[in-house]
Design a protein around this ligand. Structure first.
Ligand code: ATP
Ligand code: MG
Length: 508
C-alpha cells in the first residue's frame, strides 16, 4: 500500500469524533504526502472541518491514531501541532481582534518571545511577511478594523512559516475575490513545490481542478474514497452526494420592469462608493460584480441604512429613504443578508431558532399582538430549516454546533422568512456545498418569479453569469458598467472589474 516514492508526512487511522447526537467522524483513514495538495470534499456537515481541527490539535479525537513523519503523536493542542510543523487556517479565524496585524503575525511565528522583541522589529518582520505575499494591508491596523477578506489574508500570512511541513486550509477562498484567490493559488503551488503537504477544503470545483493531486471524499462522517486529482466533476459530486446533480443553475423567469429601488448618484461618506446610480426591479435578479473593496458591498449596505450616505438619493417604491435607518428600510420591505456571518449574523451560542426568527418576532406568524408564541416560533424556524435542507433541521441546536455551510443556510433562511419584497443578498452561497447551492439558486429564482426584486452580490463569476438578468460592475468605488443578459460574459465583466490600470492602493 505504501509507495516508497511518496513520503507520507501525516497519517491518521480510524479517527472518530462524537458530539451529542452526531458522529462527526466515524473511523476515518487519511494520508497526506509531502508535496501534494490533498483536497477534502464533502457535503456541509460531512466532517471536513472536524477532521482538520483534530490534525491541527484544536480538538481531541474520541478514537484513532495520528502519525507525523511515521511517528505516532499525541496532539495536546494547537501549539503542540505547530511545534510539529502543522499550521491551519480555519473557517473561523483565530486572530486577536484588539491587537495589530503585526502583533498577530509575529506573535504566531515566535511564541513566547514576543515580550522581548521591540515594536519596530515586530513591525518590520510583519511588513516583510505581508510584502512576500503582496498583501496590501498596513501592519499597524487593528485586526478588528479589517474586513473578513483582509483577516483571511493575515491568517494565511501567519500560517506560512519557514518550518512548515503540513498546511491546512479550510475554504481559504470563501471571502477572497478572483484576483486574491489567484495569488493564494500560486502560494499554495509554491508551498507544494517546497515539499509541504497541503490539506485543502473547498466546495469549488474549479479549485479542485486547478490544485488537487488527490481528493478524499467524506460523507456523513465516513470515508467514501480517495481519488486522483483530475477526476471529472460529476463523478466527484456523485461520490459526495450519492446522487447525480443535474443542472446547477435554474432557468430564469422573464424579468419584470417596475422599478422598486432606485439609487441616484449615491456616494458614501467614506468614499467607498462614489456617484453610483442603479435600480432594482420587481421580478428581476440583479448582480453586483467587483473585486474586494470595489464598493459592491458598501453600495448595498448604504441602501439598507448601514453606511453613512454623503450625497445622492435612494428611493424605495418612490419614497425617499436616503439616510433612513435599517429599521425603516426593513419596514419598506427590504431585507439584507450580510456576507460576514460571524460578526453580523449568527447568535453563535444560542439555539439556531433565535438567529432565524430574530428580526421577525413581531410578525403575525410568530406572535399574537405583543405576545410571543414559542410554539409557533419553533414551528416557523423548523419549517425554514427543512426548506433550506439543513442537516439536522433542529432549531434548538446552537448555531455554533452547525457546520459552516449549514450556518450559512440558516442565515439565508432568516432572510427568506421575512416575506419581504426586496432582497439584498451579499455572497449568498459562501461555504455552501454544490448540492445545497442548487437549493439556494432555486429559492432565489423563485423569489424573482414571485415578483420580488433580488440583488445578488457575488465574487463568484459563475453566479453572476448564470443567475442574473442584469449586472452592475464595480471598480474602485464607481459603477463601470451595466450589462444586460446578452452582454453578460466573463471577458466583459473582468475588463470592467479592472477598469483602471492604476494599482490598487492600501485597501480601506
Ligand atoms: N461543537 C459541535 N457540537 C455539536 N455538533 C457539532 C459541533 N461541531 C460540529 N458538529 C457536527 O459535526 C458534523 C460535522 O461538522 P463539520 O463542521 O466537520 O462539517 P464540514 O464538513 O466542515 O461542513 P461545511 O462544509 O458545512 O463546513 C456536523 O453534523 C456538525 O453539525
Ligand atoms: Mg467546515
Amino acid at each position: 500500500m505504501t509507495d516508497p516514492d511518496h513520503k507520507v508526512v501525516l497519517r491518521v487511522r480510524g479517527l472518530t469524533k462524537k458530539y451529542p447526537g452526531v458522529t462527526a467522524l466515524d473511523g476515518v483513514d487519511f494520508e497526506l504526502r509531502k508535496g501534494e495538495v490533498h483536497v477534502l470534499f464533502g457535503e456541509n456537515g460531512a466532517g471536513k472541518s472536524t477532521l482538520i481541527s483534530i490534525i491541527s490539535g484544536a480538538q481531541h479525537p474520541d478514537g484513532g491514531t495520528i502519525e507525523v513523519n511515521g511517528r505516532p503523536v499525541h496532539l495536546a493542542g494547537v501549539a503542540a501541532a505547530r511545534g510539529l510543523g502543522i499550521s491551519a487556517v480555519f473557517q473561523e479565524f483565530s486572530l486577536m481582534p484588539t491587537m495589530t496585524v503585526a502583533e498577530n503575525l509575529v506573535m504566531g511565528a515566535e511564541p513566547g518571545r514576543f515580550g522581548l522583541i521591540n515594536r519596530r522589529r515586530v513591525r518590520r518582520l510583519a511588513q516583510e511577511r505581508l510584502d512576500e505575499f503582496d498583501f496590501h494591508i498596513s501592519p499597524d491596523r487593528l485586526v478588528e478594523t479589517l474586513s473578513r477578506a483582509e483577516q483571511q489574508m493575515v491568517e494565511i500570512a501567519k500560517a506560512f512559516r519557514p518550518e512548515l511541513s503540513v498546511l491546512i486550509l479550510d475554504e481559504p477562498t470563501a471571502s477572497l475575490t478572483e484576483e486574491e484567490s489567484e495569488r493564494l493559488f500560486s502560494l499554495v503551488e509554491e508551498a507544494r513545490g517546497r515539499g509541504i503537504g497541503i490539506v485543502y477544503i473547498t466546495h469549488r470545483m474549479a479549485e479542485i481542478r486547478r490544485l488537487a493531486n488527490r481528493v478524499t471524499v467524506l460523507r456523513d462522517g465516513k470515508l467514501i474514497t480517495t481519488v486522483p486529482g483530475g477526476t471529472p466533476d460529476d463523478e466527484l459530486i456523485n461520490l459526495m452526494t450519492g446522487r447525480v446533480v443535474e443542472d446547477l443553475y435554474p432557468e430564469l423567469p422573464e424579468p419584470g420592469t417596475r422599478v422598486v429601488l432606485a439609487a441616484r448618484d449615491l456616494s458614501t461618506f467614506d468614499g467607498a462608493v462614489r456617484n453610483a446610480t442603479f435600480e432594482l426591479r420587481a421580478g428581476e435578479i440583479v448582480g453586483f460584480a467587483g473585486l474586494m473593496g470595489s464598493g459592491k458591498s458598501t453600495a448595498a449596505r448604504a441602501c439598507f441604512g448601514l453606511e453613512r450616505v454623503d450625497s445622492g438619493t435612494l428611493t424605495i417604491d418612490g419614497a425617499d429613504l436616503t439616510r433612513a435607518r435599517p429599521a425603516r428600510v426593513m419596514k419598506a420591505g427590504v431585507v439584507y443578508l450580510p456576507s460576514d456571518r460571524k460578526t453580523e449574523g449568527l447568535l453563535l451560542n444560542r439555539p439556531l431558532r433565535e438567529t432565524v426568527t430574530l428580526p421577525w418576532l413581531h410578525r403575525g406568524s410568530i406572535s399574537s399582538g405583543p405576545v410571543l408564541r414559542p410554539g409557533r416560533e419553533s414551528a416557523v424556524a423548523g419549517d425554514m430549516l427543512r426548506r433550506m435542507k439543513l442537516s439536522p433541521p433542529d432549531p434548538e441546536r446552537t448555531a455554533d454546533s452547525y457546520s459552516g455551510g449549514n450556518q450559512q443556510k440558516g442565515l439565508l433562511g432568516r432572510a427568506l422568512l421575512g416575506d419581504c419584497s426586496t432582497y439584498l443578498l451579499d455572497e449568498p452561497t459562501v461555504g455552501v456545498d454544490v448540492g445545497a447551492r442548487v437549493t439556494i439558486y432555486d429559492q432565489i429564482v423563485e423569489l424573482a418569479r414571485q415578483g420580488n426584486a433580488v440583488l445578488v452580490i457575488s465574487s463568484e463569476l459563475p453566479e453572476i453569469l448564470h443567475l442574473c438578468h442584469r449586472v452592475y460592475v464595480f471598480a474602485h468605488g464607481t459603477i463601470t458598467a451595466e450589462l444586460r443578459q446578452d452582454d453578460i460574459n466573463e471577458q466583459t465583466i473582468l475588463r470592467h472589474m479592472m477598469h483602471w490600470d492604476e494599482p490598487a492602493k492600501e485597501i480601506a
